[in-house]
Design a protein around this ligand. Structure first.
Ligand code: MG
Ligand code: MG
Length: 255
């Protein structure tokens, strides 16, 4: 069942969303050569504590991997998602780093991700980031009452494929609210085996394209969390938490 939220609930999700935005903007400002992904983690965790929020990720547990140890996922270059911050992972010029974070505030979750360049990057890495971000914006435009889920999925897929990149299929977006992961799943491609519900006011979706420069294949490393591209080429990730309202899409994770 897809849980729809009242306007009062959306206002609470807005507060969570804006905190996530503020943290990611701080992270964007910190990213530079010589900074470790753990430096980012420490700052982000402090910001959550100062705001009275809980991390949505730290302690999040799956049967196969156990508990996630961090408030951020930091995924560098060929890492797609779920990279773990580490003092020994030092950012260097030419890297791209995807930073994904989520909080729980007053019972409601916000979830967002950005990919940031470290100094000068290759033209291909820049195009990968641009196309991924654009595909998210095109999908957000489809988050309107009366459309269907596949309108969102298809908007991402068309833009990515027409630009010669490929879509990660093993990880998908999701409904969000009092749970980090609610129904429906939001694939970044049209999955004809899946459901195609009509979008209604009060639904809230975390839309999160993960796009590979090379082939779509991924694998999870021995640490049980970090997903990387099979071919070793770069991957980018952008995400917003988006409410479907009578006035159109309301991106809760940006001002
Ligand atoms: Mg996320
Ligand atoms: Mg998410």
């Amino acid at each position: 069942m897809i849980v729809r939220k009242s306007m009062a609930e959306l206002e609470k999700m807005r507060a969570a969303g804006l905190l996530v935005w503020k943290i990611l903007e701080e992270m964007r400002g910190m990213v530079q050569e010589g900074v470790s992904t753990y430096d980012l983690e420490v700052k982000a965790e402090r910001m959550m504590q100062d705001a009275g929020a809980k991390s949505a990720f730290k302690g999040y547990s799956t049967a196969s991997a156990g508990k996630f140890p961090s408030v951020l996922c930091t995924s560098v270059n060929e890492e797609i998602v779920h990279g773990m911050p580490s003092p020994t992972k030092i950012l260097k010029k030419g890297d791209i780093v995807s930073i994904d974070t989520g909080v729980q505030l007053h019972g409601y979750f916000g979830d967002s991700a950005i990919t940031v360049a470290v100094g000068e990057i290759s033209a291909e890495a820049q195009k990968l980031m641009d196309v991924t971000r654009e595909s998210l914006e095109l999908a957000i435009e489809k988050a309107r009452p009366g459309n269907r889920l596949f309108d969102i999925c298809g908007a991402v897929e068309r833009h990515v494929v027409s630009n010669g990149f490929s879509i990660v299929r093993e990880f998908v977006g999701h409904g969000i609210g009092t749970q980090l992961h609610e129904e429906p799943q939001v694939p970044n491609y049209v999955d004809r085996r899946g459901e195609n519900p009509r979008l209604k006011e009060g639904m809230v979706l975390a839309i999160e394209p993960m796009v590979n420069a090379g082939k779509p294949g991924s694998r999870v490393k021995a640490d049980k969390w970090t997903a990387v591209t099979e071919d070793g080429k770069a991957s980018a990730h952008f995400e917003h938490t988006v409410a479907i309202t009578a006035n159109g899409p309301w991106v809760l994770t940006r001002p």
